[in-house]
Design a protein around this ligand. Structure first.
Ligand SMILES: [Zn+2]
Length: 128
């Protein structure tokens, strides 16, 4: 695990161009950060912190959010239609949770996440 704070907190996150701004409650704080090696996460890279889906609010740019789904279409991957940046996704493993792109979180130094653990997305819990 990382030594990031596990204090519950609400964070803002935004895409590269600034069109999309979201706010999310992180019940385990930044310490919930994880990376995943599933087919999509391995391409987009940065890893995510855990938020409660019911407490993710789009503050700005809802119309500018693209939605990508495939396979079982359970997971919902959101991205900015202008700059293409993935902001968050509703999880397949638990739709009550969302992953928030750690790189999008305001005031974050991505180097703080150097040691974040990996999730085994190749052997997804829903496929076992
Ligand atoms: Zn954008």
């Amino acid at each position: 695990m990382t030594d990031l704070p596990d204090t519950p907190e609400t964070r803002r996150a935004s895409c590269h161009c600034g069109a999309v701004v979201i706010e999310a409650f992180l019940p385990q704080g930044l310490a919930s950060a994880s990376r995943c090696d599933c087919s999509i996460c391995r391409l987009r890279g940065p890893g995510a912190v855990t938020a409660l889906t019911a407490r993710v609010r789009v503050l700005q740019g809802e119309d500018n959010l693209g939605l990508y789904t495939w396979g079982t279409r359970t997971a919902k991957h959101y991205f900015c239609r202008t700059c293409g940046i993935y902001t968050h996704h509703q999880r397949r493993s638990d739709p009550a949770e969302c992953g928030i792109n750690i790189g999008c979180i305001d005031g974050i130094d991505p180097r703080d996440f150097a040691a974040i653990p990996w999730t085994d997305g190749i052997n997804h819990s829903c496929d076992r």
